[in-house]
Design a protein around this ligand. Sequence first.
Ligand SMILES: [Zn+2]
Length: 438
Amino acid sequence: MGLRGFAYRLLTGEKSGQIDDCYRKMVAFDPRGANPYLEAVVRHARENVPHFRDLLANAPQDARAALATLPVLTKDIVRAEGDRMLAPKDPKWPRKPHKTGGSTAEPFQFLVDLHHQYWARAAELYIFREFLGLEPLGTPTVEMLQSREVWSVQRTNWRRNLARKVARWDLQQAFVMNEPHMRELVEALRRRRPVLIKTYIGSIYQLALYIREKNVRLPSHPRHIYCTSELVRPHMREVVEEVFQCRLTDVYASREGGPMAAQCEKGNYHILESNVTIEVLDDAGLPVEMGGEGNIILTCHHNFAQPFLRYSLMDTGALGGDVCSCRRRLPILKVLSGRVSDHFRTADGGVVHGQYFASQFFEKPWVRQFQIRQHGFHDIEFILVPSAQIPPDEVAGIEERVRWVMGAECRVKWTTVDEIPRTAIGKHHYTLCLIEKK
Ligand SMILES: [Zn+2]
């Protein structure tokens, strides 16, 4: 693994052996045969998880045939079933609540085991090596990620900071994108000359617009831009690829499934079938024909603590067969609609990433669903479907954090509803900016 890898692992305590082992299995995986990982998780769920034990009691032995008998699993069912969704504790595979990352308009907590975490890390490694042609460790990278990660890394210990230096990763916040911060980011790009920029589409798009508008000259261009968590809309991709003169690789990922599909150089998303099974079903839960649009349904192969079988991701897409002019044999998924977040605009001409606001509700058990709207520079509305009494002290804390980025005069309105209005424009938006564009 080399000196850099050794130093990185020494500093982070990361178990590279297990991750490498999962990675090798991903490389060796043949999507044309039976899927041993799907078989294992279906067998495990059927034997050890009360919810699935009941549903699969009379199902066929074959994993795919058994899966086809299951109704689609929703967040509501998972919440209602509670502990019946869990397997008994396995001392070999410690488990913990999944808390970080991702974006969703429905806060939701579940358990993941260490096994799942190794496979998710292996999937990252696989995408780096097989899709980008890069080694993550040692590749000069600028990561523009959510501020919470930035803060937690800076706050935690010197070991993690040193580990990032060893790995050559530079971490920048990507939430508050105002002019001073854009200047800092441009400076970081000049100084670091990254080969890779890892970020959200919304943030890199804002930076690309800034670079174009100010006619900034960069000394070098990255080889790749790696985006995840949000739907990449074509107009954004166009601007980003033109400004940075490189390919944007999007990874379709979810909190429940980790990285699920990665985009190849031909623009197709290939499903990582060693890790997940993706189906496209109609509203009645029946498969749509190849190429037809429907709901994207996930079966995650490696989370044995709380298996997700036939789980609705609330995105729509289409399966595109397994023929791509790149050499990869993994089947193709077209993602048609997914999570979208608007940036909110500040009076000084800056923007704040929608996820900054959405993250205020992560891990809040009293929120079932939410949408956040910006009506004016100083006028923000939280629309909530509460699941319990809203605690007043938390309201004060959230308002304070909103004013911290939007200005002290910002008004925050709280509206509770029974259901988030599913208007055409708002269907997949967890944040909506309603200020007329100039
Ligand atoms: Zn391809």
